[in-house]
Design a protein around this ligand. Structure first.
Ligand code: N01
Length: 536
């Protein structure tokens, strides 16, 4: 797709792919440098993950006073979150407010998918081809495509013959779905299933939940924000944000102690009870050795399993819902009335751990020779995480190298920011960066700030081309894998390792050395003139 007439004056200084929280902030910062920018977005508005994931009950499970931008003091002071864990609707409204406030709309083109982007060494430009048949050239191509955006559609035999309606949680109709009086199947019990199941159960005549792996679900105890609490957080934002930046996940969760085994059972249970009562993700940070000691890990698992047995009336269902895998193997879920929902008469739980779904028939879901008849099918089957969205675009670098080929055995990237063989292409929260193991918005801001400073540096030093060096990339990938293998997470199946996608190489996708260590490394690289990158 090389431009027949090499042109050193690109259509745009930068093309940004995606208008989620990463793409919007990238646009804002690059415009601040005086660059011309075009953002392409498949959806018809801003918000990325919060645009697409409109399933019933969708809400963030990070406290939203902190799951928000911090780059603008005015923005964080003027915006008022109404709930501890705001809904998809409120998060989308926030995204639109940001686009309005910073007048981002004119540089964003919606309902336009980027199909391919091809590097032309002669002109030093990216040639970006979009779904509307147009092409654009740009000096920089910045992938703000999201870590959890490429939908995982399971390949069940007969799925296309199903006579009812089929939905995927991550591709939900804009006008919503009314399940009143319907028989519904939900397949999948990760965060999306956990959030949607209680809401669908309230509407549907009958709900069948198909569970392959039981997950750990901490109650959210969602509530309206207390105005005094909001005022206090707003008054102390700088210190609170700084404290979060110093914490492993970029999210401040107080750690009760270095080891769950260093305290008595009574003390440990008091701490677990307090966190269960408080609700939310801070449970995962109770003790620092959950990822290093199976015995410590088991104390948390046991506590949660006992909670499930206490909530769910039917002992058989309770045992099915009690997770068997290590705590924090998979992403911890946060729910509202999740386990309580299984006490409803209209909810059944079908264990597919040993007997997988055989096929979908026109009438419903067939397991072990029995068809569970339904009117609607909800696929809560997740994503081809971290690399999926990048691999679904035909990205070609130096000498036509396809990213798909380069990543055949797993992603290789330097700091999750640059890729050897793909000059002037940056990935926001790419593989090998902390991304999904952290609070995403601070991680996005850190990457966008770094990329902005890098481009500014290049312009200040009369450089037009930047490329990760293969050796630097190799040694970073090795480090990411070494650190990844240190945690118990490495012993189980999860999307963190690509295990949810048939045929995907088993490689740790995010960097698990923690946000502060990672930020220090990125800062050092920049301070030393972008070590590990070649600038021309
Ligand atoms: O996806 P998942 P998700 N047959 O991959 C099952 C973020 N998020 O959309 O575990 C039968 O976690 C699969 O089973 P198993 C959050 O980071 C955040 O729920 O592979 N079942 C699993 O139960 C989260 O982790 C928020 O055995 C099949 C489920 O489908 C990430 O997104 C909300 C199957 C998929 O769970 C992904 O969450 C939502 C098959 N062929 C999401 N294929 C909040 O902020 C898959 N499954 C609250």
């Amino acid at each position: 797709m090389a431009d027949p007439t090499p042109n050193k004056n690109p259509d745009f200084d930068a093309v940004v792919v995606g208008a989620g929280f990463a793409g919007m902030y990238m646009l804002y910062r690059l415009r601040g440098l005086g660059l011309s920018v075009r953002v392409f977005e498949t959806g018809s508005s801003v918000g990325g993950t919060w645009y697409w994931n409109r399933y019933p009950g969708a809400r963030v499970d990070t406290e939203t006073m902190f799951y928000s931008y911090q780059f603008s003091e005015e923005l964080q002071q003027e915006w008022n979150w109404t709930e501890r864990y705001p809904s998809q609707g409120e998060l989308s409204a926030y995204a639109r407010h940001v686009a309005n406030r910073f007048e981002l709309w004119p540089d964003m083109q919606f309902e336009t998918r980027v199909d391919s982007t091809v590097w032309d060494e002669d002109t030093g430009l990216w040639h970006v081809a979009t779904s509307d048949g147009a092409t654009a050239t740009a000096r920089y191509c910045i992938m703000a495509t999201g870590c959890l955006s490429a939908v995982n559609y399971p390949k069940f035999d007969g799925l296309e013959d199903f006579a009812g309606e089929t939905y995927h949680t991550a591709h939900w109709p804009e006008d919503g779905v009314d399940f009143t009086g319907k028989r519904v199947a939900v397949i999948g019990t990760g965060s999306s299933g956990v959030q949607s199941i209680p809401v669908i159960a309230e509407q549907a005549a009958q709900l069948h939940v198909f569970q392959r792996t039981a997950n750990y679900v901490i109650p959210s105890h969602n509530r309206l924000m207390d105005p005094d609490e909001v005022a206090e957080i707003k008054a102390n934002y700088p210190e609170l944000r700084a404290r979060a930046r110093k914490s492993f996940s970029g999210n401040y969760f107080p750690v009760a102690g270095p080891s769950a085994l260093a305290v008595s059972e009574a003390e440990r249970n008091r701490e677990y009870e307090a966190r269960w009562a408080e609700g939310g993700l801070s449970f995962m940070a109770t003790y620092a050795d959950f990822q290093t000691s199976a015995e410590a890990n088991e104390t948390a698992s046991d506590f949660i399993r006992n909670k499930i047995r206490g909530i769910v009336d039917d002992p058989e269902k309770a045992e099915l819902l009690a997770p068997k895998q290590l705590f924090l193997c998979k992403r911890l879920c946060v729910g509202t009335d999740y386990y309580e929902t299984y006490n409803r008469d209209n909810v059944s739980l079908i264990d597919i751990s040993e007997t997988p779904i055989e096929r979908i028939t026109p009438e419903g879901v067939c397991v072990d020779g029995r068809v569970h008849e339904v009117d609607a099918l909800v696929l809560a089957t997740g994503f081809d995480a971290v690399t999926g969205a990048l691999k679904r675009i035909d990205i070609r670098g130096v000498d036509g190298l396809a990213l798909l080929d380069k990543w055949e055995d797993g992603p290789r990237a330097y700091l999750g920011l640059g890729i050897a063989g793909f000059p002037n292409l940056f990935t926001i929260t790419g593989p090998g960066s902390p991304s999904v193991l952290t609070n995403m918005i601070p991680s996005i801001e850190q990457h966008v700030d770094w990329i902005t400073a890098c481009i500014d540096h290049m312009r200040g030093h009369d450089k037009n081309r930047i490329e990760a060096e293969p050796e630097a990339e190799e040694s970073w990938v090795e480090h990411v894998n070494e650190v990844g293998d240190l945690s118990l997470r490495a012993t189980c199946q999860s999307w963190y390792f690509g295990s949810n996608i048939p045929g995907k190489p088993r490689v740790i996708l995010p960097y698990s050395g923690g946000f502060p260590v990672y930020v220090r490394k990125c800062d050092e690289v920049a301070a030393n003139g972008y070590t590990g990158f070649t600038l021309n």
